[in-house]
Design a protein. Structure first.
Length: 259
């Protein structure tokens, strides 16, 4: 299968968990209330990584815009020997209250997202509602769970993930910038994986990373030995440790040249 710049699958009804897990396994991912896949994202507003000599030194373009290659990831939970210990785990679990429940959109989520968005250095949806929904599909076509952290009665972090048969997909994490030093985003990812393991699930899908943009590299460090990368042309997942960034990028170039 050749590389794709963007494809989407519009939904007319709730996504069946088995179909969802099959699409995730084929390099698809949820955006709002639809599924999409791509091999490139627009570079505008992104800080490029410093490239070594082994990388292709040219730029990628689509519709007169500079774009960056991306590759979809998943964590094979059967290969996860022992989750990393979070540096601030004791503080978070002793001082903050954790609430896990089926996701329901709340005004407090929107207020926290607004705080978070003001502090980040990359483009994001203006609202949480716009990130999760759209006017054409205002209903929940996905079964989602929320992890909320409270300091007293104040919401300070929220993570949302989807149920997908034997898999789960991490959709978004956001937190109060005043709590940045506690790495609440990383804790939320670990909590999602902890829940998936307790449920006996097989895979956790964190989205994509890029060979040209380092801001996504944290996804490669969640569980390095258990991380797999989707190779679209081969229609298979390979262990991340078996390939490096330059090899992935050069592979994509070869695919594009032969298309």
């Amino acid at each position: 299968m050749p590389s794709v710049f963007y494809q989407k699958l519009n939904l007319q009804a709730p996504m069946h968990p088995v179909q969802y897990q099959e699409l995730l396994a084929g390099g698809w991912y949820r955006v709002q209330q639809l599924l999409m896949t791509t091999d490139f994202i627009v570079m505008e507003g992104m800080t490029p990584r410093a490239l070594g000599a082994e990388f292709y030194q040219g730029n990628f373009h689509y519709l007169n815009k500079e774009v960056a290659p991306v590759f979809w990831l998943r964590i094979n939970l059967s290969k996860l020997n022992k989750p990393k210990k979070h540096a601030h785990k004791n503080y978070i679990e002793k001082q903050l209250r954790c609430e896990v429940s089926k996701y329901d959109y709340r005004p407090i989520d929107e207020l926290l997202y607004a705080k978070y968005r003001q502090a980040i250095d990359f483009d994001a949806s203006p609202t949480l509602y716009g990130y999760l929904y759209d006017d054409e599909a205002p209903f929940d076509f996905f079964t989602s769970t929320a992890i909320r952290l409270f300091d007293g009665e104040e919401l300070v972090a929220c993570g949302i993930f989807d149920e997908a048969g034997h898999s789960t997909a991490g959709i978004i994490n956001f937190f109060d910038p005043n709590y940045r030093k506690y790495s609440l985003g990383k804790w939320l990812i670990q909590k999602k994986i902890e829940i998936a393991l307790a449920q006996g699930l097989q895979y956790y899908y964190p989205g994509y990373f890029s060979t040209r943009i380092s801001k996504f590299d944290y996804k490669l460090n969640i569980a390095p030995a258990a991380t797999e990368i989707w190779i679209r042309e081969a229609q298979q997942w390979v262990t991340a440790k078996e390939v490096n960034l330059a090899q992935l990028e050069n592979y994509l170039i070869q695919v594009m040249a032969s298309a």
